[in-house]
Design a protein around this ligand. Structure first.
Ligand code: ADP
Ligand code: ADP
Length: 215
């Protein structure tokens, strides 16, 4: 299955993608994770990406599209993939259609994770992430014992999960990314999934929408 997880920052894309990847046995591809990995390794791409991410701006389309093209050409994507955080603009969505078309593939479903802005701010402000395995926690809704990940690493707060940057990211979402909801609705493959409830209920909503109820 080839899936896209769409939604505002903090909607729960990464959390759901992490679980869906285990359930469906297909890779979870997060452009945010790819950028953060490059920032950690001090690569040239990391330096460029960080200059945008730290301000809550989107990394330019040409850079992001190239990264996804490379990733989707790897063999582990042959049996399916979950895109988390890509596409985030109409030009990225059009480029994705072209690159998949070139290899005879298409997107099966776009899962649009829907939550209100006030919930998003609370989710992002209390988010904690594992720099080693990429798992995501929340100080209230999914707390970790002793601020340690299940894999044994110390959890951290992302630099862009600060109040001023969060505000800017939400603005960017409404301006540049939200138009994708209409773009995909027209293609008839959009599944709207509400995610105001707990993490497990939200995941069940997604599985239900995908026709995978009971897994
Ligand atoms: P995104 O990838 O869309 O930015 P995350 O998956 O990182 O979002 O989730 C943002 C924060 O909200 C994390 O701290 C996560 O643990 C928490 N979270 C995710 N889904 C839910 C939910 N349904 N209910 C409560 N908290 C959630
Ligand atoms: P979240 O879903 O919580 O906003 P991500 O990890 O998906 O976080 O993205 C973090 C940051 O990385 C974004 O705010 C943006 O600066 C950059 N980024 C990630 N994906 C893209 C993309 N597809 N296009 C442009 N910038 C991106």
């Amino acid at each position: 299955m080839n899936l896209i997880l769409l939604g505002a920052p903090g909607a729960g894309k990464g959390t759901q993608a992490f679980e869906l990847s285990k359930i469906l046995q297909i890779p979870h591809i997060s452009t945010g994770d790819i950028f953060r990995d490059n920032i950690k390794r001090n690569t040239e791409l990391g330096a460029i990406a960080n200059s945008y991410i730290s301000k809550g701006e989107l990394v330019p389309d040409e850079i992001t599209i190239g990264i996804v093209r490379d990733r989707l050409s790897q063999a582990d994507c042959d049996k399916g993939f979950i895109l988390d955080g890509f596409p985030r603009s109409i030009p990225q969505a059009e480029a994705l259609e072209r690159m998949l078309g070139e290899s005879g593939r298409k997107i099966d479903w776009i899962i649009n994770i829907v939550v209100d802005d006030d919930i998003i701010v609370e989710r992002l402000s209390y988010r904690r992430v594992c720099p080693a395995c990429g798992d995501t926690y929340h100080l209230k809704f999914n707390p970790a014992e002793g601020n340690m990940c299940k894999c044994g690493s110390q959890l951290v707060q992302r630099n862009d999960d600060r109040a001023d940057v969060i505000r800017h990211r939400i603005e960017e979402y409404h301006k540049t990314t939200e138009p994708l909801v209409e773009f995909y609705r027209h293609r008839g493959k959009l599944l709207n999934v509400r995610s105001e409830n707990s993490i497990s209920e939200s995941l069940q909503n997604t599985l239900y929408a995908l026709g995978l109820k009971g897994i």
